[in-house]
Design a protein around this ligand. Structure first.
Ligand SMILES: Cc1ncc(COP(=O)(O)O)c(C=O)c1O
Length: 384
């Protein structure tokens, strides 16, 4: 339709002029480390497959066995016939790792956040959220139609001010944050946020997509300062260090029961393919058996920050902020010419003026490649 195509073309032109147009680049991931793009082999420093488990032989075998036994797709929502026998095992294991009574696995992390928040919080309620929280937490917050107030990044005093001013005016309140911030790699001040939430009768929800498997001895950001923090709503994804796909919420049995009854993205969406659930179970097995391996991505990220004289990495994610979107695209192209794949991260994924290279480190990255990468970044991007 003409007007529709004109609309799309105008929008795309505006994005192009601002260096914000995105393109899907065909990328074949070969082994969780190397990729082929535009016919070239590149060493990827931008996958969230922190433990390289997406290509692990034992995990692939588990997925293939499940596929052979239970078929390719789940066939229906979990509440109809899609709740195949592998779910219970995965949910038991996640609850054990997170120290909660129960877990509910969703189709993805995005679906989890889009379903959990509106199932618990409504128009008369309050959400107080870190400004750098992931887009799908914002999506869930918007779907809830609650009053949403933003606190400055990791600023507990600001969160406290907002809650103290507003808590009484709302029936229920939710305090929301990433555990490991996806584009910055820093950790939320969870002990202080948990104490604040407890004091002001507010439910703390932590999205630990980038924590599970690689932070806090594998348990995630709730374990990063030693011991286990009491966080009532622990959300995460199986698509990053676990190497598979799917999202989850770990919480009390009552909350999980309610989520199964109320979360629309669970009720009205097909269950995960059995192979994904089997892969996630096998990945959790491996992580539990080899904590030293799970510690490697953080150690590799720290080697990188040390080479560059940056503050020590708190997670396997290290941002190098370059400012404007076109500068980030140029820096990414420069690294690609040197054989490294590091995608430019631009607004609206990050705030305007903070476009960046987001480096992610995995257990299998060779030390000499990290050194070479750091050397190129120092010479060509930081000093260049
Ligand atoms: C912090 C955070 N939460 C949630 C998600 C969404 O998870 P998924 O990719 O499983 O939809 C992501 C990843 O994109 C993320 O970085």
């Amino acid at each position: 339709m003409r007007s529709l195509d004109d609309f799309a073309a105008q929008k795309l032109d505006a994005l192009e002029r601002a260096s914000l147009r995105r393109k899907l680049a065909e990328t074949a991931r070969l082994d969780g480390l190397w990729v082929v793009r535009n016919g070239r082999r590149l060493l990827s420093f931008c996958c969230n497959d922190y433990l390289n488990l997406s290509h692990h032989p034992a995990i692939k075998e588990a997925a293939i066995a499940a596929l052979s036994r239970y078929g390719v797709g789940a066939g229906a929502s979990r509440l109809v016939t899609g709740n195949h026998p592998l779910y219970a095992e995965l949910e038991r294991r996640l609850a054990r790792i997170k120290g909660t009574e129960a877990t509910c696995v969703f189709g993805s992390g995005y679906l989890a956040n889009a379903g959990i928040i509106p199932a618990l919080i409504g128009p008369r309620d309050l959400i107080v959220i870190d400004e750098l929280s992931h887009a799908c937490l914002w999506a869930g917050a918007q779907l809830s139609r609650a009053t949403v107030l933003t606190f400055r990044h990791c600023d507990v005093a600001h969160a406290q001010d907002l809650l103290e001013q507003q808590r009484q005016r709302h029936e229920r309140a939710l305090l929301v944050t990433d555990g490991v911030f996806s584009m910055d790699g820093d950790l939320a001040p969870l002990p202080a946020l948990a104490a604040l939430a407890e004091r002001l009768d507010t439910w703390l929800m932590v999205d630990d997509a980038h924590g599970l498997g690689v932070v806090g001895g594998g348990g995630g950001s709730g374990f990063a300062r030693g011991g286990r923090l009491d966080i009532p709503l622990q959300m995460g994804t199986l698509s990053k260090a676990i190497g598979a796909y799917g999202g989850y919420l770990c919480a009390s049995s009552a909350v999980i029961d309610l989520i199964c009854n109320r979360a629309r993205s669970l009720i009205y969406s097909t269950g995960l393919p059995p192979a994904m659930v089997a892969a996630a179970i096998a990945a959790l097995d491996l992580i539990a058996r080899d904590p030293a391996y799970a510690a490697l991505p953080l150690a590799k990220a720290r080697a990188f920050t040390q080479h560059l004289g940056l503050a020590p990495a708190a997670s396997p994610i290290v941002p190098v902020v370059v400012g404007e979107a076109d500068a980030a695209l140029q820096a990414s192209a420069l690294l690609e010419a040197e054989g490294f794949l590091v995608t430019a991260i631009r607004p609206p994924t990050v705030p305007a003026g903070t476009a960046r290279l987001r480096f992610t480190f995995t257990a299998a990255h060779p030390d000499h490649d990290i050194e070479r990468l750091a050397d190129v970044v120092r010479r060509r991007i930081l000093l260049g």
